[in-house]
Ligand binder design. Structure first.
Ligand code: UDX
Length: 447
């Protein structure tokens, strides 16, 4: 099958390298530097296992990247995977999507197979968008007999996107055209390696399904975080014991009950705000639960700083280390990372802030460092002579180092574990170890 993917960002590239195992894939992007990198088999993004598949696709000739001015052959499927960022008011900005669709129709005779072609949106869009932006153009041009529009959401986790592409829990196909549904199904059937359920539904249901999946997972995390606040005030209660047992109820599942510093990243914060804005501003209905999930999430960094302030009420001039800037491990993505709020809170109390992340070099290739913060490139440098440490991201580097080795170079061993990495460790009396979801106290060491 010939597949054209418009937008070679995170989703487009990950899907592209996976589809190139069994299909002929052309990636399109307006960014020539990115196109060149891909054609040199260099991944513009950091993602586990992407390099091997990218090299395999390029050397086999089943994967090629082009800019929008290039010549194209006809394709069976055109996937749209451009960004749909949030506008300031929380609404979804469709500018990139609209220009991608305009470009497709301006080149339709060349890029779409003359027998039958599916134009499929993978970008996250609000219900009604596929019909409004794609199907209306098909109808206006009388192309309905040979072009169909489909919505097919992605559920890829950053850091696991290749694995998730090959082993999806389900493939949701939003379509009102049987031939189009079957084409999308066979596109996946030759690349996936696990038993996957294909779920067929209307375009509008599938568009809503993507938002609801992320909003529900975000709500689950916030629910666990709220219970963590309760558990840490009850002697002998432990949030993980509680949520694990709750999750074993077949109606619930233990996944995404991990309490901690709260959710960040490009999807949960954006999609919760997007659905709230759609529900309240467009549909004029409440979205109290999703709103509450975001409210709870906003309090998580504050809770970690509170744990510190309970030990050291005055942190003015104290050296405080933060471990982790990425919003989660195995990514260089810092969007909506809880670390930023923690930095602000510490700086508002005039602490001297240091920060380490295993991906710091890669992070700083794409963005400025946080203001007035000292960057440390090794864990030891970050922790040497510090008065306190807040662990925000659950990188395996920190877990593997172990609590004893992390605190060894600290001046005062106050360690706030925002991800419960060391909650089961035995620690010595001279460490003030505090974490969430279980009662921990400040012992009277010399602060
Ligand atoms: C998410 C969805 O999982 C994915 O299906 C969707 O397509 C995109 O959004 P991603 O943002 O890459 O993926 O990360 P994910 O692993 O889901 O974690 C999101 C955030 O939730 C992270 O900040 C993570 O630390 C946090 N999280 C996750 C928790 O706090 N507790 C958990 O139990 C799980």
């Amino acid at each position: 099958m010939r597949v054209l993917i418009v937008g070679s960002g995170y989703v487009g590239l990950c899907m592209g390298v996976v589809f190139a195992k069994s299909h002929d894939v052309t990636l399109v992007d307006i960014d020539q530097a990115k196109v060149d990198m891909i054609n040199r088999a260099e991944s513009p993004i950091y993602e586990k296992d992407i390099d091997t598949l990218l090299s395999a696709g390029i050397s086999k000739g089943s994967l090629v990247a082009k800019n929008t001015d290039a010549e194209f052959q006809p394709h069976d499927v055109v996937l749209i995977a451009v960004g749909t960022p949030s506008s300031d008011d929380g609404s979804v900005n469709l500018d990139y999507l609209k220009s991608a669709v305009d470009w497709i129709f301006s080149r339709e005779a060349q890029i779409c197979n003359s027998d039958f072609c599916v134009i499929c949106i993978k970008s996250t869009v609000l219900p009604g968008t596929t019909t409004e932006i794609v199907q209306k153009q098909i109808d206006a041009r009388n192309l309905g007999s040979r072009i169909a529009s489909v919505f097919n959401p992605e559920f890829l986790r950053e850091g696991n996107a290749i694995y998730d592409s090959i082993n999806p829990d389900r493939i949701v196909i939003g379509s009102d055209n049987q031939r189009a549904t079957q084409l999308i199904q066979s596109l996946y059937e030759s690349t996936i390696e696990s038993d996957t359920v294909f779920v067929e539904m209307s375009k509008e249901s599938s568009e809503l399904c993507k938002y609801v999946s992320n909003c529900f997972l975000a709500t689950k995390i916030s629910f666990a975080n709220e219970i963590a606040n309760i558990a840490e005030r009850i002697p002998n209660a432990d949030i993980d014991e509680v949520m694990h047992a709750v999750g074993l109820d077949g109606r619930i599942s233990p996944k995404f009950f991990g309490s901690g510093a709260g959710y960040g990243g490009s999807c949960f914060p954006k999609d919760t705000i997007g659905l709230i804005s759609f529900a309240e501003n467009i549909l004029k209905t409440d979205s109290r639960i999703i709103r509450a999930a975001n409210e709870v999430n906003k309090t998580r960094p504050d809770r970690l700083v509170d744990l510190l302030l309970e030990c050291v009420p005055n942190i003015k001039g104290k050296k405080v280390a933060i471990l982790g800037l990425a919003f989660k491990p195995d990514t260089d993505d810092t969007r909506y990372s809880p670390s930023y709020r923690i930095i602000d809170l510490l700086q508002s109390q005039h602490a001297e802030v240091w920060i380490h992340d295993p991906m710091m070099k890669k992070i700083l290739e794409n963005e400025d460092p946080p203001k007035n913060v000292t960057i440390a490139y090794t864990i030891e440098e970050c922790l040497t002579d510090t008065d306190a440490c807040i662990l925000v991201t659950d990188w395996s580097d920190y877990k593997n180092a172990g609590l004893a080795s992390l605190v060894a170079p600290m001046r005062t061993k106050i360690f706030i574990d925002g991800r419960r990495l060391f909650v089961k460790d035995e620690y010595t009396q001279n460490i003030n170890y505090r974490t969430i979801g279980v009662l921990t106290k400040c012992s009277s060491i010399d602060n």
